[in-house]
Design a protein around this ligand. Sequence first.
Ligand SMILES: NC(=O)c1ccc[n+]([C@@H]2O[C@H](COP(=O)([O-])OP(=O)(O)OC[C@H]3O[C@@H](n4cnc5c(N)ncnc54)[C@H](OP(=O)(O)O)[C@@H]3O)[C@@H](O)[C@H]2O)c1
Length: 304
Amino acid sequence: MMWKWLGALLLFPVQMVYLVVKAAVCLVLPPKLRDLSQENVLVTGGGRGIGRHLAREFARRGARKIILWGRTEKCLKETTEEIRLMGTECHYFICDVGNREEVYRQAKAVREKVGDITILVNNAAVVHGKSLMDSDDDALLKSQHINTLGQFWTTKAFLPRMLELQNGHIVCLNSVLALSAIPGAIDYCTSKASSFAFMESLTLGLLDCPGVNATTVLPFHTSTEMFQGMRIRFPSLFPPLKPETVARRTVEAVQTNQAFLLLPWTMHVLVILKRPPHSGTLRPVGSVCSHQLMFENHSPPGST
Ligand SMILES: NC(=O)c1ccc[n+]([C@@H]2O[C@H](COP(=O)([O-])OP(=O)(O)OC[C@H]3O[C@@H](n4cnc5c(N)ncnc54)[C@H](OP(=O)(O)O)[C@@H]3O)[C@@H](O)[C@H]2O)c1
């Protein structure tokens, strides 16, 4: 018993050195990209916005089949046609991810019509964009149903088969607002913080599941319809991201199996400002600092 402990104690520094050297080598060498040619990718909210760019990026990088989910047939159809023109098999299904029965029904339809999903991208979301007291109760509920619970249902629908195949990846398009909330979008910030906890828990749980991984992407303000009209302090210091950049970095993160990705990298300042408190006052101070640094009070137009 004592020898076992002694062995473990001696091995620990060796393992630490190995991990540090491995991390340093990985930093220098270009990362090995996962081949997507056998992967069937489902993107929720894939008809427009970042979702459409994600569909294009997965197709461009050789994914086998792309499946789009959303509520608006017109944009789903347009994106499907565009992806087919790129030479990739693409299908769309009308599905409101906030509706649990519909998610399970359409997941079954996808399996029967297209096959197993090996990469699930939880991208669909809405923002009501008001303060708590100005918000309609149903609109508050809707954001939680779509942005947070929707991921419970889609993940429950597709994860079991990924575990059986020992091949799968769950991706979540989250937001920096999960880490640093702003006033005037209380529904959205709450749903994204909750979704972040969901992904953290899922990612840790998957550490014991060979071949199945997770990626959470936390982008800053991105120029799509979602936050049109949002005012940023110092816009030249914090310009909005392009949706194509978010899509490209997301697919790269999947291909390199990165668990968490903050976009742009300067957002790491938020993480530092919002480090867990040593005293009771540090956390609120961190929130206020990051808010004062970047965001004006705003009310996005909302897309609910
Ligand atoms: N734009 C930003 O500044 C920003 C920043 C950080 C993170 N993000 C995140 O990135 C993701 C994509 O945002 P975006 O900027 O592309 O927003 P967007 O342009 O408003 O697009 C939202 C997408 O979600 C779909 N959707 C909404 N409700 C749905 C539902 N109940 N069921 C199925 N699909 C639904 C929409 O399609 P239908 O309307 O057809 O259903 C649409 O395709 C979101 O998770 C968002 O939170 C965005």
